[in-house]
Write a protein that binds this ligand. Structure first.
Ligand code: SF4
Length: 373
């Protein structure tokens, strides 16, 4: 069995670690590129959401490298994610590509059921080995998140553009290569030391803080979001992502066992606007806007693929939140037709607007409303 999986940002680092720990033969798809998207778009239904098209492109490219089995997460609730595996399987079969699909469903009833699915995939490995493999993958993704948070903070402050990203690239490679906890700790320690040594600009006043929220895949996959975090960082913006990969994995697959309270707090903050599950992270999008407002952020960007159902619901409620909180929110919708030049222009215009507001606040010319907590 040669096993592959879809890309979603740096998720490949933890999935590869987990699968290789179980002695499985892993084919990591080539990094998502224009070719990936073109391959996926050519075979996907036109109005399918962007992640499905990119997933298909990943599988086709992995198949070219010899993969014969796909492992992916399942989903539930009122959005299309729950159907992805079945639809992708059907499309690949129609193309004459026989790929076995192993779907790890979110453990709605029992964590044991979920672990059993992994055990079946691992083919005869002991429970102890499986738990250790999951733990190793988990530690890797926590390490990546820790490094990423610091990278997002420092990009806006670096003296010479690109230094932080060079360290970041090498840090990811070191985490990916680490074959033991010792090596992993060493990789994180070295990344932190190198990031701490990056020369920074003196001025802090003009640094803006923007929270990025919205649909999870678009948030986590730089190819899908046109590398928005790096673009904003280089415009002098400190970015915070509303959900990190470890938080998503904890909430989606581990039932919150890793004790991330993030999801509950965000849902609580969404109550004045949306007080029930609408699929995906639609509810959390509103909660994030409220939380970013409470934390004094300068603005929020909602990212979503074209036709994303939960985010369309969130988008329809956003004007009320924006008005009550007086929080600037920019919605960016992406699909295979999104052009980079237009995307950058919108980002620059938004950043200019936020700088202007910040200036007026500093001069006492902008009255900030009380809003709703
Ligand atoms: S959350 Fe949106 S983009 Fe993701 S699967 Fe659901 S509808 Fe598609």
């Amino acid at each position: 069995m040669k096993i592959t999986f879809p890309h979603m940002g740096n998720m490949y680092i933890c999935v590869r670690a987990l699968l290789e720990y179980l002695d499985l033969d892993v084919v990591v798809p080539p990094p998502t590129s224009k070719r990936t998207l073109t391959l996926g778009t050519a075979v996907a239904p036109e109005f399918a959401c962007l992640p499905l098209k990119i997933n298909l492109g990943n599988f086709i490219e992995a198949r070219e490298l010899g993969a014969d089995t796909v492992i992916m997460a399942g989903g539930r609730g009122p959005c299309r994610f729950g159907y992805y595996a079945q639809i992708e399987k059907g499309i690949l079969e129609d193309l004459g590509m026989e790929l076995k699909m192993l779907v790890i469903e979110p453990p709605q009833k029992s964590v044991r059921e979920f672990l059993q699915e992994i055990k079946d995939t691992a083919g005869g490995k002991s429970w102890w080995t499986i738990i250790r493999a999951i733990r190793f993958g988990w530690e890797k993704i926590k390490a990546v998140d820790e490094i990423e948070k610091e990278v997002m903070r420092l990009r806006a402050r670096e003296e010479k553009t690109g230094v932080v990203d060079a360290v970041y690239r090498e840090a990811l490679q070191a985490v990916d290569r680490a074959g033991s906890y010792e090596e992993l700790k060493g990789a994180v320690r070295e990344a932190k030391e190198r990031l701490a040594a990056v020369p920074l600009r003196k001025e802090e006043d003009d640094i803006l803080r923007i929270g990025i929220t919205g649909e999870i895949y678009t948030l986590l996959e730089p190819f899908a979001n046109l590398d928005i975090e790096r673009k904003l960082g280089r415009m002098g913006v400190e970015v915070e992502r509303s959900i990190m990969l470890s938080e998503w994995i904890d909430e989606h697959l581990f039932l919150g066992l890793a004790r991330h309270n993030h999801g509950h707090e965000t849902k609580r903050a969404a109550r004045p606007y949306i007080n029930h599950f609408v699929g995906g992270h639609g509810q959390e999008t509103l909660g994030s806007v409220n939380r970013y407002w409470q934390q004094g952020f300068d603005g929020v960007i909602q990212l979503m693929p074209f036709t994303c159902m939960p985010e369309i619901v969130a988008q329809s409620v956003l004007p009320r939140a924006r008005e009550e909180l007086d929080m600037p929110v920019l919605t960016l919708i992406v699909d295979e037709h999104t052009g980079e030049a237009g995307f950058i222009t919108r980002l620059e215009a938004f950043v200019d607007l936020l700088r202007h507001r910040k200036e007026r606040k500093r001069e006492g010319k902008l009255v900030v409303p009380v809003g709703r907590a």
